[in-house]
Design a protein around this ligand. Structure first.
Ligand code: AMP
Length: 211
């Protein structure tokens, strides 16, 4: 049976790149909560202003802000979907499961990308992101996105202090969330230290096998 997916992993593990690539190759709906929040910040919307203090400190945005937004997005989806960056906490994972169960929908599987901390720190140096489509990379000699031609800029939350804080938030909050999916036999760990192409193939194999 078709099953939705959530991508979990530390900051700079490549979850955004992989989730987006998988969604494009399989035609699944895709939502990046981090991308949505960064866009809201740039637009100066209410969501952006509410989230700004947390994003500035490299902290997670409170559930009251993020959860209703994601549940609304999920409730409107009929086919396959992929969430990138949600759930990040145990209450978020539980709330998502309850909402889907109440709606008689299939519960998601979690794809967990595993990357050593030192590799994450190396990757985050010089990371740039497209302001339009959220393509992420480490520079390719142009100020414009290789995918859509949008403007590229450094991610503010990649500064060293903020990155270390995001890594601590990951250990404290996401690791228990991963454990939740493992206990329910719905977590699939993938080595995220290889090349983006190798990881994409591994993710595709896993999804197609319906493991
Ligand atoms: P990401 O692009 O997934 O690394 O997310 C960037 C930032 O957005 C995170 O460090 C959080 O501050 C915020 N964020 C994204 N998703 C969530 C979420 N599910 N819960 C709380 N904060 C989030």
């Amino acid at each position: 049976m078709a099953q939705p997916l959530v991508f979990l992993g530390p900051p700079a593990s490549g979850k955004g790149t992989q989730a987006q690539r998988l969604a494009e190759s399989l035609g699944f709906s895709y939502l990046s909560t981090g991308g949505l929040l960064r866009r809201a910040l740039k637009d100066g919307s209410t969501l952006g202003e509410q989230s700004r203090p947390y994003l500035d400190r490299g902290e997670y945005v409170p559930d009251e802000i993020i959860v209703p937004m994601v549940l609304e997005w999920v409730s409107g989806k009929q086919g396959q979907w992929i969430l990138d960056g949600f759930p990040r906490t145990l209450p978020q994972a539980e709330t998502l499961d309850v909402a889907l169960t109440n709606a008689g929908k299939v519960l998601p599987r979690a794809i967990v990308l595993k990357v050593p901390d030192e590799e994450l720190r190396r990757r985050v140096t010089g990371r740039i992101e497209c302001e339009s489509c959220h393509w992420t990379g480490t520079g390719h000699g142009s100020d414009y996105c290789p995918k859509c031609g949008g403007t590229l800029s450094a991610r503010e939350d990649d500064s060293t202090a903020r990155f270390e804080n995001r890594l601590r938030e990951f250990q404290k909050l996401v690791v228990p969330t991963i454990r939740y999916y493992k206990e329910k036999s719905r977590a699939y760990t993938i080595d995220g230290a290889g090349t983006p192409d190798d990881i994409h193939l591994a993710v595709c194999d896993l999804v197609k096998s319906g493991a």
